[in-house]
Write a protein that binds this ligand. Structure first.
Ligand code: SAM
Length: 405
């Protein structure tokens, strides 16, 4: 191998020269990429049910196959695509097409419920700034799904020509257009850093067999760069030719790039409030209540249900010398059918000497009707030794105290 040659770093952009859509093979290269990875991304979107979001945006759609699916089958109400070059987007009736560079585009007040960018950000030098823009135009509670290639297998491939060609490829792409092939290995940090919720990561690593769609993608990729790769000093021209021949040979098996995908949901400040306002807007539990439980050892309680889901209960045990007024803490939540579930843990100590008597686990199921609620409480008592006994089920009636919170 010749010694390493001088590297020249340029500010060329993806698609200007390398991967230009003006070149004859680019449609086939992108079609091969979509053939391999569309089933993966579609499965992720289907599993998460996130394409059912109303307004979807795809950045760098290539041939637009994913957007076509989102609109036709994914349940999207509207789909917008944005690409620097839109000449290959020929099958996108019903989709809004924006021809623009994502690094400079002004979305104005536009808000989307789902934004997808696959195999785009890895090629952009200012990818973090672009993510900030995407997050800004994601509606509260909206989903961001970013998939990018990652190479963590060619370092140990048994095929030297494949290892050398791939190392040269990443160097050429990094120096010319800014591709960072290891960027996706940071997933999901970009979403966690931005406070996203329900974050997850998935990896798909297809086998590379000569003659397959993935091999076709690589043939068209290496074919474009045949002259550039040997200049890196990392591979000889004969090795690149060897790789191109292997990619046509059905007996050639290896691995190549994996698709790492991360997704997450932008926090929605309204979440808590919506959750506790109730489904009808009429059944509101939030606030302070006097609660009557005729079958409980002490029939009157006071409960407070805080907007964030914290529940508190105190039992004023008037004139009882055995117990102190106990305090319970727990949480509450609304079910889909408008009931409220409350879980409390109560600690009991002897009033006379402060001795720990035991605890009570209480779960309530209640329905609110304006300033009254009714329901049941199920209790389990635990004595000072931790031995438990079921307390049974008690009817409950609640009376709202004071003004609404
Ligand atoms: C590798 S292709 C990925 C195509 C498709 N998303 C897929 O995964 O099959 C990259 C796409 O991003 C577009 N693209 C690259 N840089 C862009 C930029 N700065 N702004 C908008 N689109 C860009 C390209 O034109 C191309 O359609």
């Amino acid at each position: 191998m010749k010694s390493r040659m001088t590297r020249s770093v340029t500010d060329e952009l993806y698609g200007q020269l390398i991967f230009s859509q003006a070149s004859a093979g680019e449609r086939h290269r992108l079609a091969a990429l979509a053939d391999v990875f569309d089933p993966v991304t579609i499965e992720q979107l289907s599993r998460l049910n996130i394409a059912r979001s109303a307004r979807c945006l795809e950045i760098g759609p290539g041939l637009g196959t994913l957007s076509r699916w989102m609109l036709d089958e994914g349940g999207a109400v509207s789909v917008t695509v944005l690409d620097r070059d839109t000449r290959l987007l020929t099958d996108l009736q019903g989709v809004e097409v924006i021809q623009a560079d994502i690094r400079q585009y002004e979305f104005g007040a536009a808000q989307y419920d789902l934004i997808v960018a696959r195999n785009v950000l890895v090629h952009l030098r200012d990818r973090e700034a672009v993510i900030d823009v995407l997050v800004k135009h994601l509606a509260p509670g909206g989903w961001l799904l970013i998939g990018d290639l990652a190479d963590f297998v060619t370092v140990d491939t048994p095929h030297t020509f494949w290892r050398a060609s791939t190392a040269a490829l990443w160097q050429v792409l990094r120096d010319r257009i800014g591709t960072e092939v290891q960027w996706a290995r940071e997933f999901p940090t970009p979403l966690l850093n931005r406070g996203f919720e329900q974050v997850d990561v998935d990896i798909n690593l297809p086998a590379l067999r000569g003659g397959s769609a993935l091999a076709r993608f690589w043939q068209l990729t290496y074919g474009q760069l045949l002259e550039d790769l040997p200049h890196t000093g990392l591979v000889r021209r004969e090795q690149v030719l060897e790789a191109l021949a292997a990619l046509r040979d059905p007996d050639f098996w290896d691995l190549s790039l994996g698709l790492l995908t991360m997704w997450g949901r932008k926090p929605d400040p309204q979440d808590g409030i919506r959750r506790y306002r109730g489904t009808t807007g009429r059944k509101v539990l939030q606030g302070s209540w006097r609660v009557h439980a005729p079958d409980a050892p002490f029939p009157w309680h006071v409960c407070a249900f805080h907007p964030g889901g914290v529940a508190m209960q105190a039992n004023p045990q008037v004139a009882d010398s055995e117990f102190i007024d106990s305090v319970s803490l727990g949480h509450w939540q609304e079910t889909r059918d408008g009931h409220f579930l409350v879980y409390l843990n109560e600690i009991q100590c002897a009033r006379a000497d402060g001795r720990y008597v035991g605890s009570v686990e209480i779960s309530m199921d209640i329905e609110v009707e304006q300033s009254r609620f009714s329901g049941t409480a199920t209790t389990t008592y635990r004595d000072a030794n931790g031995d438990s006994r079921t307390g049974g089920v008690t009817a409950l009636t609640g009376f709202k105290v004071g003004t609404e919170w």
